[in-house]
Design a protein around this ligand. Sequence first.
Ligand code: GCO
Ligand code: MN
Length: 388
Amino acid sequence: MSSNQFSPTKEDKFAFGVWCLQNRGRDPFGDQTRPELPALECIKGLAQRNCYGFEFHDNDIIPFGASTAQREQILRDVKKAIGDWGIKATMATTNTFYHPVFKDGAFTSTDPAVRLYTTQKVMRAIDVAADLGTQLFVFWGGREGVEVDASKDPVEATKWFRESMNFLCNYVLSQGYDIKFSIEPKPNEPRGDLYLPTVGSVLAFIATLDHPEMVGINPETAHIKMAGLNPYHEFAQALDAGKLFDVHLNGQKPLRFDQDLTYGSDDLKEAFFTAKLLVDHKYPGTIGFDAHPYRSESDPWDFVDRNMRTYKIMQAKVRQFNENKEIQDILKDIHGASANLRGFTAQFSKESAQKLKDMTFEPEKLATRKLPYERLDQLLTELLLGVL
Ligand code: GCO
Ligand code: MN
């Protein structure tokens, strides 16, 4: 493997949040450790590294409270940057969490004025997205939750959330925008408990919307591991439902505060399987990274480079896994069991139900089947360690 084969190209469809690069290294116990980069500098740096796209919140590029004239000038500059530097605005979203007005929720605030203000802010952000040619619009409900369960009924809060989403779907349709929505689940942080904490919750919620076909899921590795769940399985469930509209890859130690580590930096096997899912199922969307450089970094560029490089190395490891004879022989053997019975329940008929009732099985014999999983996992370990 030559080192150059891991250099990013536009075809890789990598994207980073502008906010990831703008991160100043602040945490609840310490002040910033590096300056905030202007959005245009972030976008230019990404383009220079062959990144396909950038993702942004409205306020990553347009300051909160900017005048119409300011906003228009900024949009002209960003459009020029997109054209000059050959990069796309692949995903847009709204900051509905930073300003104190959102302290007890945005779409799920108990105050209808805050809910409407949020909806208005989102409509304006959608207009910006449409103007920049962005086709995917994300909702991360950072303040949609509670610390005090006595304060609101989660059924009522879900109803407010649904009403806003329905209104906004209809807004996009009425404007004729080519935009789809994607909801990003997270179990907690900054709220004690966030609504729509997992992929499964978002899937169930989408099914209750007026335009479920317009809305998908943007799962994030870190959010899934914060809930102690398996990112490979969670991403897979969204994909199986046809709802994996985009992804946020990163790293995270399970059951802790939101660490937003670099992809692959904490758990190589998990990073491998997430890449394997996307490769095996020919995921067509962008590969979005949503993480922060370590607080000790003085600029974001080593961080940007290594996320993309690790992902490309993982893609190569996935190909190696899919071509390795011993691994594939084991898999063929495992999946070749009782081949004559495959697909039996794929279609129901009264006859097939009767036939199944009458079948004879030998559970004791079936239980003696050999499953060489120690060997299989060791082969993967050796592949990842570079000795296979
Ligand atoms: C987080 C989230 C956010 C969202 C972003 C897009 O920090 O928990 O990952 O970064 O992805 O706000 O809506
Ligand atoms: Mn994210």
